[in-house]
Design a binder for this molecule. Structure first.
Ligand code: ADP
Ligand code: MG
Ligand code: MG
Ligand code: MG
Ligand code: MG
Ligand code: MG
Length: 722
């Protein structure tokens, strides 16, 4: 959640004199980092996930599941437990997961103690590591509490008691919400200040309206009886009655509804800045696809909604744009009309590759022209300059009075102030000053899943996809406007099976012949070390039969590139000493500009079902799983490891073809088939209690055949964690 400075954060009115200063010095800091790291080469794949949890407090007598507000205490105890582990069991600090605070006071975030390497054993340790984190958290909870990986808590802001301890929502000084007490927010001054400053900058409370899910007994029109329309505590109270709350919708009015949602994020390191830019771009169109496949949030403020995902809720919950910026009034005080919230999907492709045609950046993307000029004058290319100048149209939201004048040669805080409050589907992470960390890309669209098996599966899938992208030089470009459209479709109820999505038809480099993609080798016999015959592409774009051993150990052409080390073993993860090769892309493939003529952009993509996008369509389009399997087949991975990876990939495939449900669909059906459900879209305390208990149980022990493959491997045999 960004740096937690000490000292006094400035109220919005007091920040005014410093906004330009922070922006100017933020750019200076970026330029300093750029000069220092632009030529940095040879970083290996390191990667890690972030899983967010809600701590629930179960009241069995009242049949109510509540959000436990003990974050600070639990984190302190976890810190102590981690220290004890290191001293008592001599565990390496790097092997012990790291726990972080999050926006919600009922939330925790956990990451591996050190990033994973590109070794297959590391890949296969992800699930175990996630289970270990859950176990460590659970050990610090009270018997009636549990860590649950649920994306949105169905009764956050509903009438009655939804926090433990109870707090009255009528005194929310930061948010002025009608529904949420400030006590749901992490009390560190950064968070209430962020909340209040978004409201003050915007000039009103945030307003999110999610379409209600009309069940057979839901009144039409639906006028929400739980909104206190006539409350008179804060000046914004009448907003609900004056148009902010729409009929037939669930109305949400505070940052906590969005930033109080959980998610699953993956960060991986690239070998240099250009590779980071390439993989960033390739993953932009994948963002909405993975959002739909991981959909896990069908319920808000006590109601079933007609959407399955959190995305628009968070986007709306931190939408600090003024009326002028939203285009509701002519520009007078503000510089730009801004089409999107600072939390939304990526606006610009940034790779310098020839594949990145200017036509793909086809939406209105305002940027700060002075900053753009400064960056280009410094020698930075127009694409990256525009990316940064676009991020910098936003104001810094929280400024600490004792951290304004900084040494720009050693600090990146002002840069990060803007960067880390641009919450997009992908984040292009700059190497921090004074650290061994390289250029990274963060994939941010996914919703957190109920089980560690699912969270590991989606993490592993994305990491493998990123390797396939680099290794084969894949081209996923479609116009940003189509990605934006896909983002909206991805959130609709049942999108994974009901919607079509724009996707590129030919994804192999234009300078290679059409690839008749091989279906994944399903079941190599255990005795056979190498994969069955499969065609793949070498780095020159030639089709090669990789079963003949042309590819050795994952090196595309058997040669080492200077500066690349074999990714070694990082303390804390399983040793990579087995025969499995590293997920190593010796030289990422970058298609050459002189070969192909471009076809009209409109002919490059079409609408596909999720099953087609994942598993392929016709002879030309191999699907995302097709390329992941081709990549896997290019490595000589041991049979047992491959089987475990295939179990993860099977989950992705089955979510896409509808033979398994998304978490959202499963939760929606659980609610709708609950005996106490009145088919009126209302999720009572009792239904919520049973649902939250079920989620906890599934994460621990229960196999639910609609949601999970009954035969999944890997989660039971490799640890005694639970
Ligand atoms: P943020 O909240 O800013 O996204 P976190 O520190 O919470 O960042 O999570 C970052 C993730 O990146 C963690 O999973 C961590 O293991 C991983 N990570 C750390 N160092 C590297 C690195 N050098 N390359 C790639 N990933 C890294
Ligand atoms: Mg984090
Ligand atoms: Mg974070
Ligand atoms: Mg961090
Ligand atoms: Mg987080
Ligand atoms: Mg993150």
């Amino acid at each position: 959640m960004g740096l937690l400075f000490m000292g006094k954060p400035l109220a919005w009115e007091d920040s005014m004199p410093y906004l330009e200063y922070i922006r100017e010095h933020g750019v200076t800091q970026f330029l300093n980092l750029w000069d220092r790291f632009k030529d940095r080469e040879g970083d290996t794949l390191l990667w890690g996930d972030e899983v967010e949890y809600m701590v629930l407090s179960f009241d069995a007598d009242a049949k109510n599941a509540k959000l436990s507000l003990r974050q600070a205490e639990i984190l302190a105890n976890l810190q102590r437990a981690v220290t004890d582990l290191c001293t008592n069991t001599l565990a390496d600090l790097a092997s012990v997961p790291t726990f972080h605070p999050e926006y919600g006071r009922y939330m925790l975030e956990a990451t591996p103690g050190s990033p994973y390497t590109g070794s297959v054993p590391d890949l296969l340790s992800v699930e175990k590591n996630m289970r270990y984190r859950r176990k460590l958290i659970r050990a610090e909870l009270m018997p009636h509490e549990a860590p649950v990986t649920v994306t949105s808590f169905p009764r956050l802001g509903a009438p009655g008691v939804f926090t433990d301890p109870f707090h009255d929502p009528s005194n929310a000084q930061a948010s002025h919400s009608l529904f949420l007490p400030d006590e749901v927010t992490n009390p560190h001054v950064r968070f209430p200040t962020l909340t209040a400053n978004i409201r003050r900058r915007r000039g009103s409370k945030v307003a999110i309206n999610l379409p209600i899910f009309f069940d057979v007994n839901t009144p039409r029109p639906f006028i929400d009886p739980t909104i206190p329309y006539v409350r008179n505590v804060f000046p914004e109270d009448p907003e609900a009655m004056n148009g902010a709350a729409l009929p037939d919708h669930i109305y949400l009015d505070a940052m906590g509804f969005g930033m109080g949602c959980s998610c699953l994020q993956i960060t991986f390191q690239a070998c240099n800045v250009d590779e980071a830019r390439r993989v960033y771009d390739a993953l932009v169109p994948v963002g909405p696809i993975m959002l739909a496949l991981t959909a896990a949030s069908p319920a808000y403020r006590g109601y079933l909604s007609d959407v399955d995902c959190r995305w628009n809720v968070i986007a709306g919950s931190v939408d600090d744009r003024t009326e002028e910026e939203r285009g509701l009034k002519p520009l007078k005080h503000n510089k730009h009309v801004i089409p999107k919230s600072r939390y939304d999907s990526v606006d610009l492709y940034i790779s310098k590759d020839f594949n990145n045609r200017p036509e793909y950046n086809d939406t209105l993307v305002p940027y700060d022209e002075d900053i753009y000029k400064r960056l280009t004058a410094h020698g930075i290319d127009t694409l990256l300059s525009k990316h940064v100048a676009h991020l910098f149209i936003r104001d810094p939201l929280v400024i600490f009075s004792d951290a304004i004048e900084l040494d720009d040669t050693v600090s990146s805080d002002h840069f990060e102030n803007i960067q880390s409050t641009n919450w997009q589907t992908l984040r292009f992470k700059i190497p921090p000053p004074k650290s061994p960390i390289g250029w990274r890309v963060e994939f941010r669209s996914m919703e957190v899943q109920i089980t560690d098996f699912e969270n590991a599966a989606f993490s592993v899938f994305i990491v493998l996809l990123s390797r396939a992208i680099l290794s084969f030089g894949l081209n996923f470009y479609v116009p940003i406007s189509k990605v934006d459209e896909n983002m909206q479709r991805a959130q609709r109820r049942g999108a994974a099976t009901q919607q079509k999505f724009f996707f590129r038809k030919r994804i192999y480099p234009a300078d290679t012949p059409p690839l008749s993609h091989s279906t994944p080798s399903e079941s190599p016999t255990p005795s056979k070390r190498s994969s069955p015959a499969v065609s793949s592409l070498d780095i020159h774009g030639r089709l090669v039969d990789i079963s003949n051993g042309i590819k050795v150990n994952g090196h595309t052409d058997g040669e080492h590139v200077d500066g690349h080390e074999e990714p070694g073993d990082v303390a804390g993860h399983e040793s990579s000493s087995s025969r499995d090769p590293p997920l190593f892309v010796a030289q990422s493939r970058c298609p050459s500009p002189w070969v192909a003529e471009h076809m009209p952009v409109k002919e490059e993509y079409e609408e596909m079902t999720m099953a087609e996008i994942i598993s392929g369509k016709g002879n030309e389009f191999p699907g995302l799983l097709g390329v992941v399997n081709a990549y896997l087949n290019s490595l000589n991975i041991e049979f047992k490891s491959k089987q475990r990876i295939r179990a993860y990939l099977a989950l992705v495939k089955r979510r896409a073809d509808g033979s398994l449900q998304t978490c959202a669909t499963w939760m929606r059906e659980f609610i709708r088939s609950h005996p106490a459900y009145k088919h009126d879209s209302v999720i009572s305390e009792e239904i919520n209690f049973d649902l939250m208990n079920a989620l906890d149980e599934i994460a621990r022990t229960r196999v639910v055949s609609d949601l999970l493959p009954t035969d999944y491997v890997g989660s039971k045999d490799d640890d005694g964690c639970l």
